[in-house]
Design a protein. Structure first.
Lengths: 454, 112
């Protein structure tokens, strides 16, 4: 029997999380120069299209199939092509249809892959990006989603009916909605790809300022809206946990905006709109793993610190000279690490997760579990992504030509331009159309050839 | 005939237009331009990275007038466009050989 309330909330949440990827496209698209806005947005839309198909074919099974050993990977054949999941899988006691969970986890896979694209703005071949998306989702995301999100299940007699991943079950690290699997994972992958592809032409000298900050603000707003599905939807029910998580997601994000803006005001003298939009995302990233383990007051602290940390971490790319173009490392890797480790300090047993951490007298037990989970994902994601990136660069090539990059990737790779702001359509005509006919002249002092006789 | 070109602060355009209409000028061409002089540009900051933005938005106002009016028109524009602060712009005058009104084919004085 389907629990209609829970099912309605999870399906709604899945739609909210899907909207995050077009939101990310706007957030990233506004931040690049106008000559590469379309390519930036296409990397998100491309990931959306490809990952959905892979998810249905074998991705869900790799992530949520019965474990094939060591908590490392789900059985790829169990739900191949989502076999057997169309019939009603809910118990008599009520529950969530398997397909609702399939849909909800599908959109997580999409946004995780899309997040990486911010590290390689303006310079990646679109075809190679799609190949990367397919390989990375299969080799890195699907297994890590199994580690973090796939819980071992037992029936009423205590018999194990399903074996899940090692981080969720053996290590018992807390990651409610994906601080490790989504944000540390995408952040480490972004760093690896930025290193493989190298810096953009003119990085560190030319102005590469965002071409459309209102787009960035709209994108940040859509991400925040969708993120309620991401976090509160991860309760997998319309219940108290979802409600606590919802409030923590509001307040941590707001605190992070304040933290980021304060850092900017003190350091640069100005509180900026890009800082506010970035603070939104930094706060959302940090609260993602922790949102069911913290009190609302703890969420304010974790969010505010996330805003400050991530604002400061943006400077790392200039210090170390890697071109993580849109700060995937500073926002997702640093924010994800902070949120995941912060559970080890700020978790309180009065929150739905029911764990006391260092600041609530729980000792360091939870903290070391968080550290192991976070750094395992970081290490595996970085190394695997670097190897995949290098393989693609050496075979089919990952980076576009220098001249094409300077001319602009939109025109060269996609044969489009993001904006037509010319009254003449930049002098464009439909190819193959007949040439324009000369206008008939009024009788005046000019001959038909235009010679002035007066 | 003379071509008078003025580069002015965008927010002074309405003052300039009204002053020119009072003087009897019936039309002009206005282009959005950008540039810098002694004013230099300004600084913008994105995620902590400071950029020196050299070019400042300006309007370029162009009008062709009779020789006798050129000096007065320059005076009218420069009075109306002035704020007294740096970056008020420039006005200059060059001679013009021929003018044709496209609609009728009228030339020179008749075309002004």
């Amino acid at each position: 029997m389907v629990n209609t309330g829970d099912t309605a909330w999870v399906l709604t949440s899945a739609a909210l999380v899907l909207l995050m990827t077009p939101g990310l496209a706007l957030f990233y698209g506004g931040m690049v120069r106008s000559k590469s806005v379309l390519n930036m947005m296409m990397m998100s839309f491309g990931a959306l299209a490809l990952v959905s198909v892979l998810w249905v074919l074998y991705g869900y099974s790799l992530a949520f199939g019965d474990d094939i050993g060591g908590g490392l990977l789900g059985d790829p054949t169990e739900f191949l092509g989502l076999a057997g999941l169309m019939e009603d899988t809910t118990s008599a006691a009520g529950g969530l249809p398997a397909m609702a969970f399939v849909a909800f986890q599908c959109v997580f896979a999409i946004i995780t892959v899309a997040l990486i694209s911010g590290a390689i703005a303006d310079r990646a071949k679109f075809g190679t990006w799609l190949v990367f998306v397919g390989i990375w989702a299969s080799v890195v995301y699907f297994p890590i989603a199994h580690w973090v999100f796939d819980f071992t299940l037992t029936d009423d007699d205590g018999t194990v009916t399903h074996v899940g991943g090692w981080i969720a079950n053996n290590l018992a690290a807390l990651d409610f909605a994906g601080g490790t699997a989504v944000h540390i994972n995408a952040g480490a992958a972004g760093l690896a790809l930025a290193l493989v592809l190298g810096k953009r032409q003119g990085f560190g000298t030319e102005a590469m300022r965002p071409h459309n900050l209102p787009l960035v603000m709209i994108g940040a707003g859509l991400l925040w809206f969708g993120w309620f599905g991401f976090n509160a939807g991860s309760a997998l029910g319309a219940n108290n946990t979802a409600s606590v998580v919802f409030v923590n997601t509001i307040v941590a994000t707001s605190a992070a905006v304040l933290g980021w803006l304060l850092t900017e005001k003190l350091r640069d003298g100005h509180a900026t709109s890009l800082g506010a939009a970035s603070g939104v995302v930094a706060g959302l990233v940090a609260i993602t793993p922790a949102c069911n383990a913290l009190s609302p007051i703890g969420s304010i602290a974790v969010g505010a610190i996330a805003g400050v940390l991530c604002a400061l971490a943006v400077g790392l790319k200039y210090t170390f000279g890697y071109d993580d173009s849109l700060d995937v490392v500073a926002v997702h890797l640093v924010g994800g690490l902070w949120g995941t480790l912060a559970i080890g300090f700020f978790a309180t047993a009065s929150a739905p997760a029911g764990v006391d951490a260092v600041f609530y007298g729980g000792g360091v037990d939870q903290l070391w579990r968080q550290c192991v989970g976070a750094f395992a994902v970081l290490g595996v994601s970085f190394v695997a992504t670097y190897l995949i990136g290098l393989l693609l660069e050496k075979t089919i090539g990952f980076r576009i030509d220098e001249e094409d990059e300077i001319a602009g990737i939109d025109a060269v790779v996609h044969a489009e331009s993001g904006y037509d702001l010319h009254a003449t359509g930049a002098g464009s005509r439909l190819m193959g159309s007949p040439p324009p006919v000369a206008a008939t002249r009024a009788s005046d002092t000019r001959t038909s050839e235009g010679k002035v006789t007066a | 005939m003379r071509l008078v070109t003025a580069v002015i602060k965008p927010h002074k355009w309405d003052d300039v237009r009204q002053a020119l209409e009072s003087f009897g000028i019936t039309g002009m061409t206005v282009t959005e331009a950008s540039g810098y002089g002694r004013q230099k540009g300004h600084t913008e900051v994105y995620r902590g990275a400071e950029y020196d933005v050299a070019l400042v938005p300006k309007l370029r106002v162009e009008l062709v007038v009779e020789d006798a009016d050129a000096t007065d028109v320059v005076g009218v524009i420069s009075m109306a466009a002035a704020t007294g602060t740096i970056g008020d712009g420039k006005v200059w005058v060059v001679p013009v050989d021929t003018v044709v009104r496209v609609r009728t084919g009228e030339v020179d004085q008749a075309a002004l």
